[in-house]
Design a protein around this ligand. Structure first.
Ligand code: FAD
Ligand code: NAG
Ligand code: NAG
Ligand code: NAG
Length: 485
């Protein structure tokens, strides 16, 4: 592996233009590896791959490469490393923190052509997929076996992209996040070396075998290597499912109920909170007639009798806290409609405020501080006079507030950044985190330092520099380049 002492690095990188350019020569070198159909410099492809779902402006890469195999990725990495060209991995571009923008040019490594589901081991409840496989594709494939992969960010993200951001979603309160569900990954490092984080072909459900490299790459946001394959846990589709909703007269009462339900140890499958602005957007977008009030969406799974028992207890707790119109959706179609509306929250908000930029906050707090944090967020929005639909995976203490700003209005953008920062600092002051599932990307690099402190931050820098000494892996994300030079 190529190593340079820090001093050389600093002088090499004094000007950022010292990153190599993707000129005709580089394009033809890459072309020799992946073939002409799998590399493009067309403007539309470059713009598409420099954008995600966040409000961060498009930063187009100089070329887009679509490798077909791990060895393609490895060979392309070798070329980029020897010419010091940035490489930005791209899954499906549904990220919320500007992770795919090519801040310093370079090559986008777009994984969507590596679509093989390598192995499903039904009896062991695990599957191995290549980087282009989305969570929907995996689920379609395994459904007939009575299995599912429950991690469900609202979008049809790639499984390896989800590894990169440590994604989760509504099911995490029951099944955990990507962190708990990845057993092994194949990763191509900056210099082209291919590693298997838990050893090639390994998929043990537990191990004490050395440092946990799998966990190091989960949440690394493309800054340490390209994930080309992941082995994930699968789960059985539950026998019985019931969903319910209940509306409350205040945010406080709704969120207090969540804490009580969790304290009772009820094994929930999902519990989501939506405030009245969010319900209003969902009603319009998904054609529902829910009361526009702070609302909980709940779901229980298990045996038919277990589900009934849990549900009755939850109903009692909701009603005890003033929850009204506790209603059950036991029909599959009715439940689907409800959860589809929940998953469409982001699009509902964008449709409700056309022409506005939306930004999603992502704080997480220990659940005992949840009511206070949600109320703080709600009031802050009130003070700032901004509409603030809130939706949250409240069973994990995680919630999102969607902030809206006028396109290109700098004062509004600043106001939103200020809001997001205040909320994040509040969450940190309660022992929580500035990001539960979206990652650091571009917008939260300063908050990362505040959250983990100098010692841990310096350690992260050491990890980054030793795995990627020329700083070509997704430069500028997670850790600002200024801190690395
Ligand atoms: C409507 C909507 C709802 C969402 N809801 C949730 C939610 O509930 N929970 C949640 O966690 N997220 C949510 N998200 C965010 C998003 O779906 C996740 O962040 C997801 O993990 C991104 O996956 P992707 O494949 O689209 O990655 P991309 O957006 O393509 O990339 C994200 C980051 O990962 C890196 N990356 C991607 N693929 C690889 C790879 N193979 N190897 C190395 N690095 C890679 C990229 O460089 C980038 O830094 C939502 C998004 C939308 C649009
Ligand atoms: C599951 O793994 C076992 C042990 O490695 C193997 O014998 C079996 O063939 C695998 N099954 C599938 C369907 O891959
Ligand atoms: C290592 O990390 C992965 C991913 O976070 C996790 O799923 C796995 O359980 C961890 N393994 C051990 C032995 O802790
Ligand atoms: C309950 O439902 C009734 C009839 O649909 C409606 O009139 C009432 O406003 C609802 N109340 C709440 C709190 O949702």
């Amino acid at each position: 592996m190529l190593r340079l002492p820090t001093r050389t690095l600093r002088s090499t990188f004094r000007s950022l233009s010292s990153y190599g350019k993707v000129d005709d020569k580089i394009v033809s070198l890459i072309c020799n590896i992946v073939g002409p159909d799998n590399v493009t410099t067309s403007e539309s492809a470059r713009n598409l791959h420099g954008t995600d779902e966040s409000f961060h402006p498009t930063r187009a890469p100089e070329a887009v490469v679509t490798p077909l195999s791990t060895s393609h990725v490895s060979e392309v990495m070798k070329i980029c490393n020897s010419h010091r060209i940035p490489v930005i991995p791209f899954g499906t571009g549904t990220g919320f923190e500007g992770g795919v923008g090519a801040l310093y040019g370079g090559v986008c490594m777009a994984m969507h052509k590596m679509t093989e589901i390598v192995e499903v081991n039904q009896s062991d409840f695990d599957a191995t997929v290549r980087a282009g496989v989305t969570r929907h594709q995996l689920n379609d494939w395994i459904r007939a076996d009575g299995l599912h992969f429950p991690i469900d960010p609202g979008a049809g993200a790639s499984v390896c992209g989800m590894c990169s951001t440590s994604a989760s979603g509504t099911n995490a309160v029951r099944y955990g996040t990507m962190r708990e569900n990845v057993l092994n990954m194949e990763v191509v490092l900056a210099d082209g070396t291919v590693i298997h984080t838990a050893g090639e072909g390994r998929r043990p459900k537990k191990t004490s075998c050395g440092y946990n490299l799998t966990n190091l790459f989960v949440g690394s946001e493309g800054t340490l290597g390209v994930i080309t394959q992941a082995t994930v846990r699968l789960h059985g589709i539950p026998e019985a499912t019931a969903a319910a909703i209940s509306s409350f007269d205040s945010v406080q009462n709704a969120v207090d109920t969540v804490v009580m339900i969790l304290q009772c140890g009820l094994p929930l499958a999902r519990i989501e909170f939506l405030n009245s602005d969010m319900i209003s957007a969902c009603n319009k977008f998904s054609n529902l007639q829910l009361k526009e009030a702070p609302t909980l969406f709940l779901e229980f799974i298990g045996s038919p009798s277990g589900v009934e028992e849990q549900a009755m207890l939850a109903e009692e707790l909701c009603v005890g806290n003033g929850g009204e119109n506790f209603s059950w959706a036991t029909e599959h179609s009715e439940r689907e409609q409800l959860w589809k509306a929940r998953h469409n929250c982001w699009y509902a908000v964008k449709a409700t405020y056309p022409g506005k930029h939306a930004y999603s906050t992502d704080v997480v707090v220990p659940v005992s501080h949840l009511p206070e944090t949600v109320v703080f967020c709600h009031e802050l929005a009130g003070e700032m006079g901004v509409p603030a639909p809130i939706v949250g995976h409240v069973g994990d203490g995680n919630f999102h507030c969607f902030l809206l700003s006028n396109q290109d209005d700098e004062t509004e953008t600043l106001r939103i950044k200020d809001f997001s920062r205040k909320l994040a600092l509040k969450a940190q002051s309660f022992g929580g985190s500035c990001t539960g599932e979206h990652g650091i990307g571009l917008g939260k690099r300063e908050l990362l330092i505040e959250e983990v402190g100098t010692g841990a931050f310096e350690t992260m820098k050491i990890v980054k520099k030793s795995l990627d000494p020329l700083l070509i892996m997704n430069p500028g994300k997670v850790i600002d380049l200024d801190h690395l030079l």
